[in-house]
Design a protein around this ligand. Sequence first.
Ligand SMILES: Cc1cc2nc3c(=O)[nH]c(=O)nc-3n(C[C@H](O)[C@H](O)[C@H](O)COP(=O)(O)O)c2cc1C
Length: 388
Amino acid sequence: MKRVLRNKKILIGVSGGIAAYKIPEIVRTLQKNGAECSVILTENGARFVSKYTLDILTEGKVYIDMFSGGLPHIKLAEENDLLAIIPATYNVIGKIASGIADDLLTTIAAAFKKGKILFPSMNTSMLENPVFEKNVQYLKSIGYEIVEPDEGELACGKSGKGRLPDIEKIIFHITRCLSDNIFKNKKVLITAGATQENIDPVRVITNNSSGKMGIEIANAFALLGADVLLLMGSHSVYIPGYLNVKEFKNSEELYSILMENVNDFDILVMAAAVSDFKPEYSSKKIKREKMLNLKLSPTIDILKEISKLSKKPFIVGFCVEDEENIVEEGVRKMKEKGCNIMVANTIETIGSEKTKGYILLDKNENYFEMTKEELAWHLTSLIWQLLH
Ligand SMILES: Cc1cc2nc3c(=O)[nH]c(=O)nc-3n(C[C@H](O)[C@H](O)[C@H](O)COP(=O)(O)O)c2cc1C
């Protein structure tokens, strides 16, 4: 998030909903990611969260009164990059959609020309009111970004739709609004993690892939506006809750999910560490013996099969090779599997925070040594250049 949020000025509007108590934490998280925050409270918003706390967190950049001197609505609208209203009440959404500007927050919404994002949060009974739905549709049609509330326990004690999304999801949507959205309307399919090939009902053959590379790529594409589906195998790192994830277990399952879905996608990134072999499966748990010989057969070469399809996405392959012949092997695999880009990593990359190797293209090769996050962002800009 940092690379997008750094030095961005975010104006947070807080209206009178119970979820306003989460605002100090949201402000702190945005600040930790390099953003500068100012806050506007409606009079009712100030009943739910302390102005004093927010004053301390923002070094005095908290506004309530429209008539405290000067033209605060014009000044704040001009000097900020994004207006995020969290929580956005039924009332404030209705007022903005009707062109009412009777307090500082709604007047700034009227004057604000850059990005505007609303996080509605209210009781399900208010959310289901057709007036609310009409207002939301109208605001979307004139360019407001509106994030659907989550389902779960509400302040009234009942369960239903209307909860403010968790902070991670809020920060994701704010960051996405502030990014240049170069992959908006593009569908990206990413595979990550390790396959697990069953030996018997309790044992598997797997590998040391952490899943980090694919998750970082999914994150970068999602923040750049793409519609991302992450196919996730076994992994040892955290997957952000806002990513759309489908799990797979072994190479056969991954192959069938890919064949079913790949046609719908513009870009495919194969960062999963897929086993080259699978054992002959024993339906009974194998007993301890002095010596056990496993019979292994090759798994399907998934990328090779995808390269035979008549309609193919833009393909980025990953391979892990010994350092001595990394370029030759990478180029051979790129040609054999019909990839547009092949990323050839060294063996030490597996399970590590950092990565090094070569990005191989049709006519050139580029050495890299960086974190997986940096490589993910580098790849997104390279893919964008190659597609334009
Ligand atoms: C305890 C309490 C909790 C409330 N929570 C919400 C809420 O989560 N969402 C909402 O839209 N309205 C909620 N309301 C109603 C709003 O506070 C009310 O509509 C108010 O006029 C909103 O003012 P504002 O939009 O100017 O901030 C709540 C009211 C009370 C008393």
